[in-house]
Design a protein around this ligand. Structure first.
Ligand code: FRU
Length: 518
């Protein structure tokens, strides 16, 4: 009996052990599965490691960008139920440094007026709206209700943007009979102590003003520039020229889809004056200034309430193929946040300069540096580098070469070329052989931007992530943003030169930390 008892206990212990092992194995399998673990999720093929992307589902435009109580808020067009556009809501994330993001619950969901399309958010600190009964003021979101028609609505939050109450008098701007009537961007015009709203209305931008965010008065319209497609997501802000606070200009930015410089959707900007009522372009109406010469920078918006800094971020995608890019279970990523300034470029006038925000320096790993080296064809000083998350800063003095630059995400049969053509004075990103591109015929291609050397020198500042490249030419004068979908094993980097030599004055390459993995 005794031995039988021991035998029973023994068998029971073995069964228990098998059971516990099975449970924990299962738990392991479950938590390693991308679908079930938010850390595992950020390890999928093509998942950007230092760019924002939602854990799962579809994302497009940044919305409601506002700095409030020490946090940068980023809302975004989001489908909570699928990996394609639909059920448009506002997703929400916050950051203390514009680099690391924390996901928060969906902030705004469709209602009887329709889906929640793009819009902006402001800090109504003096309660001009009268919406804040208990607290002195709070956040107000101004967005497009997209139902049978498109109209503008408000919501307000008293808990730092986590939960929102829709204004009961919505819409605050009903549809006047214009089909495409959306994307309100609201700014505070200090001189007249009033709110100004820009709205995309088909082929033009409309400007409205209000004292209380609720009653809006039409002021003027702006319709110069490129018109290859419908206008969307306008922006308006003031910046000093060449850092001089006594000499400022206004920038009006608007996106169009299609008809942008690289095909499909993209942005254009204008520089001029704004008197509180009308925007006057300083330049000829048909002179186009493109925001980005790549295919994947759209619907950019600036943060409200960042004092003397102007920072914007864009959706790294193009409506031409947005719903087909091969990522799962999420679709859509944001660009790096970029700080904006205005600078006079000899022969070109005042230009908008975009620089990745300095906060990104925090994720740099140890630098690899080179100085003063003549580069000739056939040698690759970066042959030891192997990474799919890198930042490259380089300055070249042009020599006899017709082309030079970097090949990144290089594998056996694929590479993305970021180069400069000295005959054409052209910066380019060539993704014709960058990886997976069969999902859409308009994806593969080469995107070029005019870029003139300064004192015979060219500067390149490049960010390469798992599925994107952002190239800033000559300190942010020209930008090319492109998605790429190479194999994860394609990690090679090459500094190349063709038909002659180039003098490498300085080169720093940093691998970058993931913002998602601890
Ligand atoms: C721009 C856009 C906006 C619209 C939103 C809908 O990408 O088309 O005009 O509000 O996306 O998701």
């Amino acid at each position: 009996m005794k031995s039988l008892k021991i035998g029973n206990t023994f068998i029971f212990m073995i069964i228990l052990a098998i059971f516990i092992t099975a449970i924990s194995m299962n738990a392991l399998i479950v938590s390693a599965s991308p679908e079930n673990d938010s850390v595992g999720l950020y390890l999928e093929k093509y998942r950007p490691q230092f760019h924002f992307s939602p854990e799962r589902n579809w994302m497009n435009d940044p919305n409601g960008l506002v700095f409030y109580n020490g946090k940068y808020h980023m809302f975004y067009q989001y489908n909570p139920y699928g990996n394609k556009w639909g059920n448009m809501s506002w997703g929400h994330a916050i950051s203390k440094d514009l680099v690391h993001w924390e996901h928060l619950p969906v902030a705004l969901r469709p209602d009887k007026l329709g889906m929640i399309f793009s819009g902006s958010a402001v800090v109504d600190k003096h309660n001009t709206s009268g919406l804040f009964k208990e607290k002195p003021g709070g956040l107000v979101a101004i967005y497009t209700s997209a139902g049978e028609t498109q109209q503008q609505s408000l919501a307000y939050s008293t808990d730092d943007g986590v939960t929102w109450t829709k204004y009961e008098g919505n819409p605050v701007i009903p549809n006047p009979g214009i089909e495409d009537f959306r994307d309100p961007k609201v700014i505070w015009y200090e001189k007249e102590k009033k709110w100004v709203m820009l709205l995309a209305a088909g082929d033009h931008v409309r400007l409205y003003s209000s004292k209380n965010l609720i009653d809006w008065e039409y002021m003027s319209k702006f319709d110069e520039g490129a018109h290859g497609g419908v206008w969307e997501c306008p922006e308006l802000f003031e910046l000093p020229v060449n850092g001089d606070p006594n000499n400022t200009k206004w920038v009006l930015q608007v996106d169009l889809n299609p008809g942008a410089v690289a095909g499909g959707s993209g942005g254009q900007y204008f520089i001029g004056e704004f008197d509180g009522k009308t925007f006057i372009n300083d330049n000829p109406p048909d002179e186009i200034r493109w925001v980005d010469y790549g295919k994947d920078f759209y619907a950019t918006q600036t943060w409200f309430n960042t004092n003397n800094r102007k920072i914007w971020i864009g959706w790294m995608n193009n409506w031409e193929y947005a719903e087909f890019i091969p990522t799962h279970p999420w679709r859509g990523a944001m660009s790096l946040p970029r700080e904006l300034t205005l600078k006079t470029i000899p022969g070109e006038g005042i230009k908008l300069i975009q620089d990745p925000v300095i906060e990104l320096q925090a994720i740099r790993q140890r630098p690899n540096e080179w100085k003063d080296q003549r580069i000739i064809p056939g040698q690759n000083i970066l042959s030891d580098m192997n990474s799919n998350t890198i930042e490259i800063r380089a300055e070249f003095e042009i020599g006899s070469a017709t082309e030079f630059g970097f090949k990144v995400r290089k594998g056996k049969s694929e590479e993305t070329i970021i180069g400069y053509n000295t005959d054409r004075n052209q910066l380019f990103v060539d993704r014709t052989n960058s990886g997976e591109d069969q999902f859409h015929e308009q994806f593969a291609g080469k995107h070029t931007a005019p870029l003139h050397p300064v004192d015979n020198r060219i500067k390149l500042h490049i960010f390469v992530d798992h599925s994107s490249v952002e190239v800033f030419g000559n300190t942010g004068e020209r930008v090319i943003t492109d998605r790429i979908f190479p194999e994860p094993s394609s990690k090679g980097v090459e500094l190349y030169v063709e038909n002659g030599d180039v003098q490498l004055l300085s080169l720093t390459v940093n691998e970058l930390d993931s913002i998602w993995q601890k």
